[in-house]
Design a protein around this ligand. Structure first.
Ligand SMILES: C[S@@+](CC[C@H](N)C(=O)[O-])C[C@H]1O[C@@H](n2cnc3c(N)ncnc32)[C@H](O)[C@@H]1O
Length: 270
């Protein structure tokens, strides 16, 4: 069955595969930390929801080869690249194209669902959370990881950028949510998950971590210009914003940190 796309994703381009793979090697994005306490047991059915390059699905399939591991994403390019990489590594996985607001899986299929760095791309969550609830088995667990303050948490003294950042926050509200992390526990509560448990950890960027993160942000801004033009009205201002953010990130004395939320909840047994 072909998935129906609800909207497009701003980073749906070829090179995003390599960026996601590279990112997972950086200190701030360690999978092993995120998955602590979420071990997949033998025979369990696992979904990497919004799988991107499929790195989390591959990680789980390597650790637990007797689990049934699947990954889905609404990007046809990502699904193809994820499948190719898994086949190259001879890992037995199934990737499929699907909008998370209409998951192409039967009810009560999964023991565990992992959704990593996807929530920031959503501004409405009802359908997303009800789909997770539908496809989880009773007693199954959902784990969501996302940042709060992605690049917007930067402390600096550039008054032009302070104003532009406020404008960015207001204008971007209908497309992305840089402060989604703090909202995730409530989304679990409203969707009637049980045994909700959440952690939040400050992720600081210094030294090599700062250089790595700045490289990622610069690369992403390269593809975000059309969206920034929508927010700021002109390409000139969009480019000035992107370059001011990068300049201030690199300025000694300024601090960049995000808060990483790791939120878990269980579907009621009845
Ligand atoms: C930042 S990437 C994260 C990818 C992967 N989870 C990781 O941690 O590397 C976000 C992914 O979510 C996918 N995505 C966004 N909205 C989606 C939706 N409504 N349905 C399915 N996938 C979606 C994008 O295509 C993209 O691959």
């Amino acid at each position: 069955m072909k998935a129906k796309k609800s909207e497009t994703y701003i980073f749906d381009y070829e090179q995003e595969f390599e960026r996601l793979e590279r990112q997972a090697g950086f200190t701030a994005y360690q999978l092993s930390e995120e998955l602590t306490g979420f071990e997949v047991e033998s025979g369990e059915v696992f979904l990497d929801a919004g799988c991107g390059s499929g790195l989390a699905a591959r990680h789980v399939a390597k650790i637990q080869p007797s689990a049934i591991v699947e990954g889905c994403d609404f990007s046809a390019i990502r699904v193809k690249q994820a499948q190719n990489r898994a086949s190259k590594e001879r890992i037995n996985l199934r990737f499929f194209e699907s909008d998370l607001q209409n998951i192409q899986s039967e009810d009560n299929r999964y023991d565990k669902i992992f959704c990593r760095y996807v929530f920031w791309t959503f501004t409405k969550f009802d359908k997303l959370m009800s789909e997770f609830m539908r496809v989880l088995k009773p007693g199954g667990t959902l784990l969501v990881v996302d940042f709060d303050g992605y690049f917007t948490n930067l402390d600096h003294q550039n008054s032009w950028l302070l104003e532009a950042m406020d404008e960015f926050r207001v204008k971007s509200k209908t497309r992305i949510d840089a402060f989604v992390g703090r909202k995730i526990p409530r989304l679990f509560h409203n969707a009637k998950f049980e045994k909700i448990d959440w952690k939040v950890r400050a992720v600081p960027f210094q030294g090599k971590d700062l250089i790595d993160e700045l490289g990622m942000i610069e690369e992403r801004f390269g593809f975000m210009i059309p969206m920034l033009v929508d927010f700021f009205g002109t390409e000139k201002k969009a480019r000035e914003f992107a370059s001011a953010v990068c300049k201030e990130i690199a300025t000694p004395g300024n601090s960049l940190f995000y808060n990483k939320f790791i939120v878990k909840g269980t579907k009621p047994k009845s």
